[in-house]
Design a protein around this ligand. Sequence first.
Ligand SMILES: NC(=O)c1ccc[n+]([C@@H]2O[C@H](COP(=O)([O-])OP(=O)(O)OC[C@H]3O[C@@H](n4cnc5c(N)ncnc54)[C@H](OP(=O)(O)O)[C@@H]3O)[C@@H](O)[C@H]2O)c1
Length: 256
Amino acid sequence: MNIISGRCIWITGASSGLGKALAIQLAEAGNFIIASARSQSALTELALLYPGKIKILPLDVSRNLDAKETAAKIRETTDYLDMVICAAGICEYEDDLKFNPDMYERTLDVNFLGVVRVLNIAMPLLKKAQTRPQFVAISSLSSCVGLPRAEAYGASKAALNYFMQSLRVDLSKIALDLSVVRPGFIATNLVKQNDFPMPFMMTPDVAARRIIKGIAERRFSIDLPYRLSWLLRTWGFFFSAWCAWVAPRITRIHQW
Ligand SMILES: NC(=O)c1ccc[n+]([C@@H]2O[C@H](COP(=O)([O-])OP(=O)(O)OC[C@H]3O[C@@H](n4cnc5c(N)ncnc54)[C@H](OP(=O)(O)O)[C@@H]3O)[C@@H](O)[C@H]2O)c1
């Protein structure tokens, strides 16, 4: 069985939800974790659970990120990274079709450009990895098919999927394995605002376990849970049918 142990892993979005569950399970498996997010207090609490195994690096992956300062701070701890997991993310909905550009900017800034910024900082350290390095981006199954109110969030995750696919092509001769994780619903702070049915909801612990298995197998596409992935990918394939039958039942927009 593939296991992930003895690696130096940088995780963003580690202060809560999925990123935190990944940090805990990977620390327990004997990895050294650099845990990032904006909330210093939540990260400190996490690090106290695993003294010596989790080092915190508070940061904001948005345009406020200072790349030089962050790179210097990581180098105070390590001169290599075996793996990076980008789990930092936000979700805002397009409630009234006002197309507020600030909301789109915020969402794409964190969910898409945040990943590019982290890779920019991590690349020199991944080149010095002690094992074959891995770069993992947390996308979403919402990117499989157009969902109501998800214009900004879904677009940010679809952009991430394309970025990772394109990167895979460019890195096809390079020893860096990529994974794009597309989860369905996970019971975290991110979905607390959701007032619609969330089928096949997973706990962060279960989701993290399945993701770690996929990463250990070095799979490029890690979709979970399989039932929801299959359903949404099928609808994405038959998009006209989705728009004709399902869309009128789930949209909240009834007039201009
Ligand atoms: N929950 C779901 O159903 C679901 C489904 C599909 C995909 N996902 C994806 O899974 C990832 C993790 O989300 P989650 O569900 O675990 O939600 P969560 O509990 O809200 O976690 C989001 C994490 O991102 C961090 N974060 C947000 N903005 C940041 C910024 N500007 N800079 C640095 N860190 C930032 C948050 O920490 P701070 O606030 O402390 O910065 C937190 O650690 C996200 O990429 C999300 O899109 C979630």
